[in-house]
Design a protein around this ligand. Structure first.
Ligand code: ADP
Length: 217
């Protein structure tokens, strides 16, 4: 029984690795990006506000994120079975997560930092395609959807509106300024594991699984 954080810059492959680990360890994925995109689909006032923040590559306000996370951590069905993808994204969120973790008698067992060169990231983001039916992520150049790795029709494959070069550069800047410093917070708690995010998807998955299996109690 573990709660895991997948950490790394935008386009590092957090979602892809999280999806694999969900299957490997029977976890529930919490992607704050996906939860926010669900809110945008409602097209109400809050959705419009969230879209305008995301499309500038900035962070959505912490209180919106904190509420989303509390509704999940308080759900007994997911007790110590969560994998956080793209959260926490600044110090405030990391501190608030600790408060909620204590409140609901849970623990964070691992923080995996996917390290990827920033020049590679832009290519990954620009080529990203997401299946709107099953949620899997592909890349037109490096990891295309094929009959072998994907069951859904190709018409489900979509690009995110923030996956263009200009917004990607803003997202990277936001990451460097606000998110990257959070790594120290987890390093100080001895929860941090550095992962080479440049190697092959399956190799990364193997490495993460190896670490979890060697230390899981
Ligand atoms: P990526 O990390 O690849 O950029 P995500 O889907 O995780 O993609 O996030 C998309 C956008 O949603 C971010 O650029 C940000 O605007 C917003 N977002 C996601 N998670 C958070 C969070 N925890 N706090 C604030 N904003 C967030």
């Amino acid at each position: 029984m573990v709660n895991i954080i997948i950490f790394g810059p935008p386009g590092a492959g957090k979602g892809t690795q999280a999806n694999n680990l969900v299957n490997d360890f029977n976890l529930f994925k919490v992607s704050t990006g996906d939860l926010l995109r669900d809110k945008i689909k409602k097209k109400d006032q809050l959705g419009v506000k969230i879209k305008s923040i995301i499309d500038r590559g900035l962070l959505v306000k912490d209180d919106i994120i904190n509420d989303l996370i509390e509704s999940i951590l308080s759900n007994k069905n997911y007790f110590n079975r969560l994998i956080f993808d793209g959260y926490p994204r600044n110090f405030n969120q990391a501190r608030h997560l600790d408060i909620l973790i204590k409140k609901y008698y849970q623990k964070i067992s691992f923080v995996f930092n996917l390290k990827v060169d920033h020049d590679v990231i832009i290519g990954r983001i620009i080529g990203r395609l997401i299946c709107s039916n099953c949620g899997l992520t592909f890349n037109e150049f490096s990891n295309p959807s094929t009959k072998e790795n994907h069951q859904c029709h190709i018409s489900f494959l979509q690009k995110r509106t923030d996956d263009n070069e200009k917004i990607a550069r803003n997202r990277l800047e936001t990451y460097t300024k606000e998110t990257l410093p959070v790594l120290n917070y987890y390093q100080n708690q001895n929860l941090l594991y550095e992962i080479d995010g440049m190697s092959h998807i399956h190799e990364i998955n193997k490495e993460i699984r190896r670490i979890i299996q060697s230390l899981e109690t």
